[in-house]
Design a protein around this ligand. Structure first.
Ligand code: BJW
Length: 227
């Protein structure tokens, strides 16, 4: 891969599955057990903030029980050794890429370990009391929320992501079902010459847009791909 200089990697929940975090849409996944409209929309948070905060508390607590797997570690090595531009775009709100050592990274759907002020937009590291009782440390407004991109909200850092996609020579999507936009549409935004590879247990909803499908577990296939 190294002769191709500008690399964009997109990851989804499937890359963290082998670490022990549930995906959303696989059998047993989060959206089979919970209704997204009750938990992952601004309306749900307005209606029942304690329910939404409790759900994110539980998922944040899980992070202490899991470790980056060989796929996360391989992407961190790839970033370190890659000779050209590199951007990892993850839809995941866990912290496993960062713990594996990834740095040139966008968490486009936010992060479990941050809160955001709805008044001034300042972001703060998550602390237990913050989104419940404490005013925003930056502006004093009492309107902190999880720094998570819910349905109907604009994903983070889209201009940076779009610029990387428009210049990409190679695009690799790993462990994402291709059902949530705008990420599902990234493979269609590449320049003509770019090569695209999907790594997934099964073909995603947008698999026909890729040049190549590598079918199998990310924990095995991603290390093989980057070596
Ligand atoms: C493995 C594996 C292993 C398993 N190895 N692989 C109609 C048409 C088009 C778009 C829309 C529409 N109606 C609404 C929309 C927009 C909407 C959307 O796309 N909805 C669709 C569901 C239809 N999108 C949005 O609202 C987004 N915002 C937006 O579009 O803004 C634009 C805008 C414009 C103008 C004004 C305002 C806005 C925001 C999307 C936010 C997504 N949020 C969530 C939850 C929040 C975070 C959280 O609580 O955790 O993000 S939803 C959930 O899905 C989560 C994920 O990041 C996201 C993607 O899921 P992902 O990662 O692909 O996981 P799964 O479970 O789906 O797939 C796992 C895959 O891994 C599978 O393929 C497995 O096979 C594979 N796998 N084990 C390799 N070991």
């Amino acid at each position: 891969m190294a002769e191709m200089k500008r690399l964009v990697v997109l990851t989804g929940a499937g890359i963290s599955a082998e670490s022990g975090l549930a995906t959303f849409r696989d059998p047993g996944g989060l959206w089979q057990r919970f209704r997204p409209q009750d938990l992952a929309t601004p309306e749900a948070f307005a209606r029942d903030p304690d329910l939404v905060l409790g759900w994110y508390d539980a998922r944040r607590a899980q992070l202490a029980e899991v470790e980056p797997n060989p796929a996360h570690l391989a992407l961190a090595r790839l970033e370190r050794d890659w000779p050209g531009d590199f951007l990892l775009v993850t839809q995941n709100v866990d912290d496993l890429h960062a713990r594996a050592g990834s740095r040139r990274m966008v968490q486009m759907h936010g992060a479990l370990k941050r809160v955001r002020c709805t008044a001034c937009d300042a972001r703060h590291d998550w602390q237990a009391a913050l989104p419940r009782a404490t005013p925003c440390p930056a502006c004093g407004a009492a309107r902190l929320r999880p720094d998570i991109v819910w349905f109907g909200e604009m994903p983070l850092e889209m201009p940076r992501i779009m610029a990387a996609l428009e210049a990409a020579d190679i695009f690799v999507a790993i462990g994402t079902s291709g059902t949530v936009y705008p990420a599902a549409g990234f493979v269609r935004m590449l320049p003509r010459h770019a090569r695209s590879i999907e790594v997934n247990l099964e073909a995603s909803a947008v698999a026909d847009g890729f040049d190549e499908l590598r079918q199998g577990p990310a924990g095995t296939l991603v290390p093989a791909l980057v070596e």
